[in-house]
Ligand binder design. Sequence first.
Ligand SMILES: *[C@@H]1O[C@H](CO)[C@@H](O)[C@H](O)[C@H]1NC(C)=O
Ligand SMILES: *[C@@H]1O[C@H](CO)[C@@H](O)[C@H](O)[C@H]1NC(C)=O
Ligand SMILES: *[C@@H]1O[C@H](CO)[C@@H](O)[C@H](O)[C@H]1NC(C)=O
Ligand SMILES: *[C@@H]1O[C@H](CO)[C@@H](O)[C@H](O)[C@H]1NC(C)=O
Ligand SMILES: *[C@@H]1O[C@H](CO)[C@@H](O)[C@H](O)[C@H]1NC(C)=O
Ligand SMILES: *[C@@H]1O[C@H](CO)[C@@H](O)[C@H](O)[C@H]1NC(C)=O
Ligand SMILES: *[C@@H]1O[C@H](CO)[C@@H](O)[C@H](O)[C@H]1NC(C)=O
Ligand SMILES: *[C@@H]1O[C@H](CO)[C@@H](O)[C@H](O)[C@H]1NC(C)=O
Ligand SMILES: *[C@@H]1O[C@H](CO)[C@@H](O)[C@H](O)[C@H]1NC(C)=O
Ligand SMILES: *[C@@H]1O[C@H](CO)[C@@H](O)[C@H](O)[C@H]1NC(C)=O
Ligand SMILES: *[C@@H]1O[C@H](CO)[C@@H](O)[C@H](O)[C@H]1NC(C)=O
Length: 860
Amino acid sequence: MAHAAVAGLASLLLLYAHVHVRADAAATLVQGQLLGGNDTLVSANGTFALGFFAPRGAGGNPERRYLGVMYAQAAEQTVPWVANRDAPVSAASGAYSATVTASGELQVLEGDRVAWRTNTSSPLGNVTLTIFDSGNLVLSAGGEGAQAVVVWQSFDHPADTFLPGMSITLDRRNGAVRRTLFTSWRSPGDPATGDFTLGIDPLGSAQLYIWQSRGGENTTYWRSGQWANTNFVGVPWRSLYVYGFKLNGDQSQSNGIMSYTFSTYNSSQYRFMLHPNGTETCYMLLDGTGDWETVWSQPTIPCQAYNMCGANAECAAGDNGQAICSCLKGFEPRSAAEYSNGNWTLGCVRSAPLTCEKNISGGDVFADLAGVKLPNFAVWGSTVGDEDACKQSCLANCSCGAYSYNTGTGCLTWGQELMDIYQFPTEEGYDLHIKVPASVLETGSKTRRWTTVIVVVAIVVAAILAACGLLLWKCRRRIKGKLGIVGRENKKPSLLRLAREARQDFSGPKQPDREEAEDGKTCELPLFAFEILAAATGDFNSANKLGEGGFGHVYKGRLPGGEEIAVKRLSRSSGQGREEFKNEVILIAKLQHRNLVKLLGCCIQGEEKILVYEYMPNKSLDAFLFDPARRGLLDWKTRFHIIEGIARGLLYLHRDSRLRVVHRDLKASNILLDHDMNPKISDFGMARIFGGDQNQVNTNRVVGTLGYMSPEYAMEGLFSVRSDVYSFGILILEIISGQKNSSFHHMEGSLNIVGYAWQLWNADKGEQLIDPSIRGTCSVREALRCVHMALLCVQDHACDRPDIPYVVLALGSDSSVLPMPKPPTFTLQCTSSDRDWLFRDKADESYSACDLTVTMLKGR
Ligand SMILES: *[C@@H]1O[C@H](CO)[C@@H](O)[C@H](O)[C@H]1NC(C)=O
Ligand SMILES: *[C@@H]1O[C@H](CO)[C@@H](O)[C@H](O)[C@H]1NC(C)=O
Ligand SMILES: *[C@@H]1O[C@H](CO)[C@@H](O)[C@H](O)[C@H]1NC(C)=O
Ligand SMILES: *[C@@H]1O[C@H](CO)[C@@H](O)[C@H](O)[C@H]1NC(C)=O
Ligand SMILES: *[C@@H]1O[C@H](CO)[C@@H](O)[C@H](O)[C@H]1NC(C)=O
Ligand SMILES: *[C@@H]1O[C@H](CO)[C@@H](O)[C@H](O)[C@H]1NC(C)=O
Ligand SMILES: *[C@@H]1O[C@H](CO)[C@@H](O)[C@H](O)[C@H]1NC(C)=O
Ligand SMILES: *[C@@H]1O[C@H](CO)[C@@H](O)[C@H](O)[C@H]1NC(C)=O
Ligand SMILES: *[C@@H]1O[C@H](CO)[C@@H](O)[C@H](O)[C@H]1NC(C)=O
Ligand SMILES: *[C@@H]1O[C@H](CO)[C@@H](O)[C@H](O)[C@H]1NC(C)=O
Ligand SMILES: *[C@@H]1O[C@H](CO)[C@@H](O)[C@H](O)[C@H]1NC(C)=O
């Protein structure tokens, strides 16, 4: 009964708050006024209300009343701040209230008894209490506006909730340590001070900590990881950054004070809350329903809790999120018995001492551990300028056990105990280099020699089988009288290549289990607010434009943290709904390969659909290739490296990724170059985003670019992985010749690049095709081989063209004999028999090796 009454009362309260908003309820309580049990103060725009409430969560006492700040528009009771959390008043007393006294104090009264007080006073008089739109409750004195002096404010005395405008502070000036601490409720229904406390590490590491106190003991429950410029090392995907989290002051604390604040980029309400169970969660208030959506939360799995695996071990999450501990390289369990029992508390110890400690020969080296939450207790080397200096500083110091260098954190080094290492399941996290005696890496390979032998044998057998398959395929084609043969002399290099490929497949980005595991998780792709992207690109200023394509314009942007990004604002005609688009982008974000441009996030707001990519300092390939002044910067080695890289990127798209993406618009301007001139394919998800059956992006053309389009695609709208192979062939010719003349209309006697290349090659004058600016320095043999490969790729019939695995294989071995390409005919007239033939692939067994997936485009 009591419960129902309380609930009724509370909903009345909420209703009351709403009514008050419209009736222009007071936001201020002046000296001497009473705020009764059924009264509320409402902030100017109606976001927050102050009043008495009975907690509705489990574990509370329905007879207790608390004075608190509440969200007026949330569907469920949400109380970011409570005044008398440890001194409730009783509902039974009936006469409870709050007031501002003449001396300038806020008090919570039960009858005449003062249950709770702010312990403040002000000589200025005329003290008022105001609830602001930020959620801050302020006692001020001396009148309104500029003269007002803040006597006390709730933002300085937080409960369990961190709001925009608040700060989490560590102040070590004048020898004292002052800091902001957030304390959880005891249970969802009991606001009393609970077991968990959140604050900045008092030792000055700039990390956020959650401590747990239990039975008088106080232990670390969670830490955020080091601050890395825009996010915490332990908080992936820059999600905090997207929500405007930032460090004020710096890690070195030169002025003795640092604080974290956050601001929201749009008008949505966000809050960070420390739950009674120790989980810190960021919520966003949904406008329509008043429900809270979880934006981010930690710790949610055991590995994210502090030091699950003990010292010198790493924690990886299993399929059900359970912790899987293992010792770092060069370490072994301190107690094998306990370790095998699943008791990790003792952690691991070095299996062999560092040579510098024992003064023995051999030297120390570093074992690399990629993608982790870096260990605790790092020493920040503020003066160490680069990775090598960081490594040397660790080598030079015998007590240094590990180092890590990256742009976000700079040089970090650790002592001998490495605590709390979490292995991220995705490609996030940071690289850690652990110092081990050189003998560890050697003996490691000795003990694993047999496994290695087995793996190598397996790979070689697989390679031989693959080669046989290939041979068989080629023979078949030869029987068909279509093609020449694959050479048999000296098969070694191609086997090696195959083995290398196989190993890459094994360790590379294609890890089905992981991908599968990710499917279950919620998407961690950051959603950028439109405002932040607009700000980053100077309101999409044309001065920042990097390029434009059929899908939209690309702008260079700089996030407030200094990070450079490329922002692609899609034209509005994707024809996809919001959710479909988002799903598509999330899928595409999972395509990760070193030869694909990395998608960092996206923005979907109203009509706007925007993709955020990593920024490529060296722009696109065409900016080098077709610029006579810069063409010379690309020597042959670089060009070959670029050709190989594109082929690998395509291999991943065509074969190794789950999505099997056909790019459809491969061209020089879609090949971007990173700092080290590694090629990265961009725009690779566009064909999917813009719908497989939608050809109209720029009104007067098929998706794709004239000159790069295969005949069957340009003429018939048929596309397959082999249309990409065609475009790739054109790209090779352009890279080698440095010429862009790929007009498809060659009828007027002038040849396009395909015809030109064929004529020269056929007349044994292929060298003439090579760009004069590299002719002197390049390996003519290698270049001609590339031309040969290109001519195979640009054959008229899709089925004659090799597939990308073959291209990668053949480019890598310089001794296998390539088949003779057929001359390009340029008839461009697709006879009906040709068309039949294209559609026949699945039906006719003899074409199955071609594995065309043909899609017909509607209309043109
Ligand atoms: C609040 O209103 C209810 C119903 O109108 C009344 O029974 C109750 O006594 C009031 N409480 C206070 C503290 O005034
Ligand atoms: C006010 O002072 C009393 C007595 O020292 C103390 O118990 C109480 O916690 C103080 N109130 C606040 C809000 O700090
Ligand atoms: C009320 O004001 C706050 C702080 O200025 C702002 O964040 C919020 O969006 C406003 N809410 C409404 C409903 O206007
Ligand atoms: C106190 O401040 C309020 C609001 O500014 C004003 O209306 C009132 O006259 C002041 N009272 C005194 C005693 O100064
Ligand atoms: C728990 O211990 C840490 C480290 O000693 C300290 O900074 C923190 O204030 C303590 N927390 C509580 C609630 O006592
Ligand atoms: C802690 O409580 C929150 C809110 O009830 C819940 O979402 C979360 O899963 C809990 N975390 C753990 C580790 O139990
Ligand atoms: C794990 O080992 C430690 C150290 O020997 C011991 O104190 C602890 O009780 C063990 N924990 C469990 C769950 O067995
Ligand atoms: C280490 O070896 C060097 C030369 O072998 C010797 O000079 C030095 O004293 C040794 N140091 C220790 C601590 O044994
Ligand atoms: C603010 O941004 C978030 C995430 O980007 C989005 O979900 C939310 O709808 C936005 N709010 C408004 C009012 O646009
Ligand atoms: C590529 O970009 C990097 C960084 O901007 C620059 O140092 C390098 O010189 C560029 N390479 C070429 C060939 O322009
Ligand atoms: C293509 O380039 C070659 C060599 O640079 C030239 O001979 C030919 O005329 C060009 N064709 C067109 C269509 O520009």
